[in-house]
Design a protein around this ligand. Structure first.
Ligand SMILES: C=CC1=C(C)c2cc3[nH]c(cc4nc(cc5[nH]c(cc1n2)c(C)c5CCC(=O)O)C(CCC(=O)O)=C4C)c(C)c3C=C
Ligand SMILES: [Fe+2]
Ligand SMILES: [Fe+2]
Length: 360
């Protein structure tokens, strides 16, 4: 068997730090064919759909990959931009912004790449790019603040699968979650406050998170609790009263029970309870995507207004906002402790620059 990677060991090569950010992934185009490919990869992941493989093999191929691709393609077409899928574009911008911030500190000793768990650019392709740039220390940051096996652990699986075919492994650090990381909470709060400044504040604030089957919670997945933890910290930071906000879960798939309360049921019920105005923010989505732009801002807006709601506002995700990138850069730097020494540390770089300017 041949392993991938560098063919000759060269001690003169730079030994860089690599930072890899990842998100879920997206189809290559908003077409049935591209969706079939994407959903097949995504929904074949045993971390995502935890049912017996043989049974799932048939359900997936005979039912889901027949019915869902054209429907999902139609939904994706509503949010697709000229440059492509929103999730991909935001993730690319996040990598650029993060690179700018970190390289101001670490210079050429650090490189940032981004990858998608499903579809392109793949985690394997990004790892190869990093190795080609001399990365020997790798920090991976999946942009899912709340840990779920279906997302965060699945990302680790993809790294491990790639490493299984590689001769030379880097030092590895993996940020498995950051639901209570204060700079992240504070970034969301500032972002929402800025939204209120320009658009006004009205009614109830709904924090809608992507759901998972309730069974995953009962089997020990911490996701549900971490969503509540992030939401509570955010509400505290914003100075909200208990009646001002609520946590809900969106994006159900299949027939079994998912985490409750459901976002759509809640939005249909609120007008009848006298809540005619809502603002929705999705703290678990680092970037706007199909699930926020179409499912929340279109589909669920429609439910709320049809049920007698009067004002519905979707507050965009943090995306590549400076407050977000500052928080992520902080998170990365906190997790690079020890790796910058001796050659890469900002302190050593500064000392060198000083010496060079004296000499010159
Ligand atoms: C089938 C089970 C699913 C689980 C479990 C699940 C967990 C989960 N997903 C996200 C984040 C995203 N999901 C997105 C799309 C999406 N999710 C599922 C299914 C499950 N997700 C499907 C079938 C799809 C595809 C769209 C569709 O056909 O409806 C996205 C958006 C991707 C995009 O391109 O815009 C994100 C982001 C999390 C965080 C999570 C568990 C915590
Ligand atoms: Fe999902
Ligand atoms: Fe959805």
């Amino acid at each position: 068997m041949a392993f991938k990677g560098t063919q000759h060991y060269d001690h003169q090569r730079p030994q860089r730090i690599g930072v890899l950010i990842t998100n879920l992934g997206t189809p290559d185009a908003p077409t049935s064919a591209a969706l079939r490919r994407y959903l097949k990869e995504f929904l074949s992941d045993p971390r995502v759909v935890e049912v017996p493989r043989l049974l799932w093999f048939f359900i997936l191929r005979l039912v889901i990959l027949v019915i869902r691709p054209p429907r999902s393609a139609a939904a994706y077409r509503k949010v697709w931009t000229e440059q492509g899928s929103p999730l991909l574009l935001h993730t690319r911008d996040q990598a650029e912004g993060l690179s700018e911030r970190l390289r101001a500190h670490y210079g050429d000793d650090l490189v940032v790449e981004f990858a998608m768990r499903y579809g392109q650019p793949s985690i394997s392709a990004a790892l190869q790019k990093l190795e080609d740039q001399g990365v020997r220390r790798l920090l991976v940051l999946p942009l899912y603040p709340q840990y779920s096996a279906s997302t965060n652990a699945s990302t680790f699986d993809a790294l491990a699968a790639d490493f299984a075919g590689r001769r030379w492994l880097p030092d590895l650090r993996f940020i498995s979650h950051y639901p209570d990381y204060w700079p992240y909470i504070d970034a969301m709060a500032r972002h929402i406050e800025a939204y209120w400044q320009s658009h006004g504040r009205a009614g109830k604030l709904l924090f809608s998170f992507h759901g998972v089957p309730k069974r995953y919670l009962l089997n020990g997945d911490p996701y549900f609790c971490e969503c509540h933890q992030s939401a509570r910290l955010l509400a505290e930071r914003l100075g909200l009263q208990d009646d001002d906000w609520q946590v809900t879960f969106q994006s159900r798939f299949g027939r079994e029970e998912w985490l409750q309360p459901y976002t759509d049921h809640t939005l249909k019920a609120l007008p009848g309870q006298g809540v005619k105005s809502v603002q929705v923010f999705c703290p678990g989505f680092s970037a706007d995507c199909l699930e926020t732009l179409e499912e929340i801002d279109e589909e669920n807006r429609g439910y709320f207004l049809a049920a007698g709601g009067e004002q519905f506002a979707y507050i965009p995700a943090l995306n590549a906002e400076p407050v977000h990138l500052d928080a992520l850069a902080q998170l990365v730097e906190d997790n690079l402790q020890g790796w910058e020494r001796p050659d890469n540390s900002p302190a050593v770089r500064q000392a060198r620059a000083k010496r060079a300017s004296k000499a010159g």
